[in-house]
Design a protein around this ligand. Structure first.
Ligand SMILES: *[C@@H]1O[C@H](CO)[C@@H](O)[C@H](O)[C@H]1NC(C)=O
Length: 397
């Protein structure tokens, strides 16, 4: 009896050690170091093949997998990291810099430099993506009609459960980061850097996606810091520094007759410095069934911003293809709360809404914007709503 009592816990202990180690072993992440697979850290040798091999193996792995990019500069042509994969925990850990071809013709006609497609559970952490966009910007600025439109530096498309952290994107040809058709994407500690006059270099573009969170991010670029396209829902943006750039923009919306709307967007604790716009909603002056609703801009600081608070429903570049100049997009339930700072122009608050679909339930709460140390001006066309607390400029809703 005594023997039996001792052996029972012993057996249990042995069994649990056995099960514990087998669970740990079977879940042990595998690491694929791109250098071991032939990548060269000299910034010149084409390392694309080694990255694709690392991805193919990580994606085929039944267990969580890590792709490791050590310190150094790795030359990469366009790559597609395609899913679906056998596991849903792939981490791409980058200590080095990925370098794009400096001749923009190599990538310029492809839509993307680095594309993740149909993946689930991918984390990209650290690293610098140096897209070498300056020569394409020069081509575009020279007004040549033969310049390609350029590649987005990093895109996630039709993917779920994505994390991007501590990544730096430098001098993209076109958009820096794009999220399209995704669910549950978290970006944090991202840095985006391009010249204030670089064309089309949006920082982060989100569209047709739900549950995207952008935190603790610094964006200096030549176009929108963050642009929010049709079909974006449940987007959370917090603690972002924007400038130079064109601000945070919902839109352009309503380019198409049939278009998904934008709903439930929170933009909080953001500083705009020297930007063209601050909090902007923009739609084409064209017929559309699109909408933007339940939008909150909260705790925003404006430093010398040209259009701090702006709704523009008459967007029509070159006055082309906008029959009647009336937007079909319905904008409602937009709240501006605790917005203060300085405007670089006299009109700091401008709601220029659609005559066919006036903006409704616009709320201004504790807004104080000055121009040259004076209260700035507000302008409202086809906009209705309420003001509460101290609102300066006041009296246009
Ligand atoms: C709005 O989006 C946030 C995430 O940004 C989410 O937590 C919240 O549940 C959403 N609200 C509604 C009503 O869907």
């Amino acid at each position: 009896m005594a023997n039996h009592r001792i052996s029972c816990p012993l057996v249990l202990a042995l069994l649990s050690v056995f099960f514990y180690s087998s669970v740990v072993l079977s879940a042990a992440p595998v690491t694929y170091n791109v250098v071991s697979l032939g990548a060269k850290a000299n910034g010149k040798t084409d390392s694309t093949k080694a990255f694709v091999t690392a991805w193919t193996r990580a994606c085929a792995s039944a267990n969580p997998a890590t792709i490791y990019v050590p310190v150094g500069r790795f030359y990469l042509r366009g790559v597609i990291f395609n899913g679906p994969c056998r596991n849903n925990a792939i981490r791409v850990r980058i200590d080095g810099t990925l370098v794009a071809p400096s001749d923009y013709r190599v990538l310029g006609n492809g839509a993307n430099w680095i594309l993740f497609k149909h993946v689930n559970g991918v984390t990209v952490s650290g690293g610098i993506l140096d897209a070498k966009g300056t020569s394409l910007w020069a081509c575009k600025s020279s007004g040549k009609s033969t310049c390609p439109s350029g590649a987005t530096t990093l895109q996630f498309s039709n993917s779920n459960n994505i994390v991007v952290s501590g990544l730096t994107s430098l001098n993209s040809q076109m958009f820096h980061i794009a999220v399209n058709g995704c669910q549950n994407v978290k970006m944090q500690g991202v840095k985006i850097i391009a010249s204030g006059n670089s064309p089309n270099t949006d920082g982060i573009h989100v569209q047709s996606s739900s549950g995207v969170t952008i935190l603790n991010t610094k964006i200096q670029t030549g176009d929108d810091c963050i642009s929010i396209g049709p079909g974006t829902t449940n987007l959370w943006i917090e603690n972002v520094a924007c400038g130079p750039g064109h601000g945070i923009s919902i839109g352009s919306l309503g380019k198409d007759l049939k278009e998904d709307g934008v709903q439930n967007v929170t933009v909080k604790t953001v500083t705009f410095t020297g930007t063209q716009n601050g909090a902007r909603i923009k739609s084409w002056g064209r017929p559309s069934n699109g909408f933007a609703r339940n939008i909150l801009f909260q705790h925003i600081v404006m430093v010398n911003v040209q259009n701090p608070v702006l709704i523009d429903q008459n967007y029509c570049p070159d006055n082309k293809d906008c029959p009647g100049q009336v937007s079909g997009v319905k904008i409602s339930d937009v709240t501006y709360q605790d917005i203060h700072g300085t405007s670089a122009t006299e009109v700091a608050v401008k709601f220029d809404c659609s005559s066919k679909n006036p903006c409704s339930r616009i709320r201004l709460e504790n807004v104080k914007l000055t121009y040259k140390n004076q209260v700035a001006e507000a302008s409202c066309v086809h906009a209705a709503g309420t003001s509460s607390g101290l609102v300066q400029p006041s009296g246009c809703l």
